[in-house]
Design a protein around this ligand. Sequence first.
Ligand code: UDP
Ligand code: UDP
Length: 415
Amino acid sequence: MTDGDDLRRKPPHIALFPSAGMGHLTPFLRLAAMLASRSCTITLITANPTISAAESTHISAFFSAYPRINRLEFETIPYSPTNPTTDDPFFLQFEAINRSVHLLRPLLSSLSPPLSAVVSDFAVAASFGPIANDLSQYPLRFFNPNHLFASILLSNARFFPKAKGLLLNTFDRFESETIDALNNGRVLSCLPPVHPIGPLEPSELEKGHPSELEKGHRLPWLDDQNVGSVVYISFGSRTAMSKDQIRELGNGLEISGCAFLWVLKISKVDTEDNEELQEVLEESFLEKTKNRGIVVKEWVKQEEILAHPAIGGFVSHCGWNSVMEVAQHGVPVLAWPQHGDQRVNAEVVERAGLGVWVRSGVGEREVSEREEIGEKVREMMSDRELRNRAKEVGEEAREGMGVEWELGEGVDGTY
Ligand code: UDP
Ligand code: UDP
């Protein structure tokens, strides 16, 4: 390893290691691009196999767009337990990575120049601290020590005291209370310094012209819509709704009377999606709404959509990346959390004034009904106060993006 003096002279060599799923890959690609633009040498570790087609397409497009970023392909040991506590392919991949990670050390030790730091994702919601006494927001599996998910979290948490710092994809004004609590020993006394580094700048892949990543380029349709008139609906990269809920949501959008851009996912893993739109949505819905909205099943550039002036609201599952992206663009949110950390995130969105979360309504029953969805969408789109506050959040987020943070602090050449 290099010593501290060397580090001050040479730009650091940083290895970045995302776990599974687009929600984890995307912020790492952004971080890699940002650090590379600040003269760091970057090695991105990509675990093989990837679970979704979106991950493999983005990884190859990323290395084409950033030829100076090194790639270290890491073959994980296959993991298929006989009695799994989860059938979620992404969680199983987290565990496969955890079980293979001892194989990584020799590979990292042989890298040249020697590494200054390794950044990997613990993926723990920043907001754990101040609201942790309200247990209803947390997925039950957090508290089941036998669940694979809880054991992954625990092994991650045990590592905290050894880390030199925690990078959080958030910004001060959005979660000041939480960041303060984390940094002042009010959550855990053994935490290293916490750096809010968000929102992260989109990488080149997410900007500019449509590429092979995005077959159906939707912006021309948005260009023809009035400013702030379109509601954007997306539940992220890995959340599929039941057919009944999809039908109610479609009808709800129709009832709302708003123009819409709906990104529909019908399977958790994109490689298993083999149905056409017409098989999922009623012909009558598609016909009735053809002049008012579009539904797409393929990958879209969310970053560009949220940046488009026609977008006036976002119905979101509140995956954390989506939260940071929408915060940055100051667009009001109707929170529709589904699982994992999303209820916690929805609460953060609401507290920040970026959106509304109808706790006992939309998303909380097995199937939310069309009338309620239509009403809540309409309310969000016409709420002037919410729109103004969301705009302010956007300004605060963009201020957060301007902050230069000191990576050097605490990096002493060990990892
Ligand atoms: N995303 C996208 N296009 C899509 C679907 C998702 O660009 O068609 C991006 C979205 O912008 C975000 C990420 O995929 O960066 C999803 O992460 P998030 O944390 O919001 O949700 P998750 O997919 O992890 O549930
Ligand atoms: N999670 C975590 N550690 C892990 C795997 C997942 O803290 O090793 C968190 C994840 O960030 C999220 C929640 O568990 O807070 C649910 O994970 P999921 O993969 O469903 O969410 P996503 O990755 O799509 O945001």
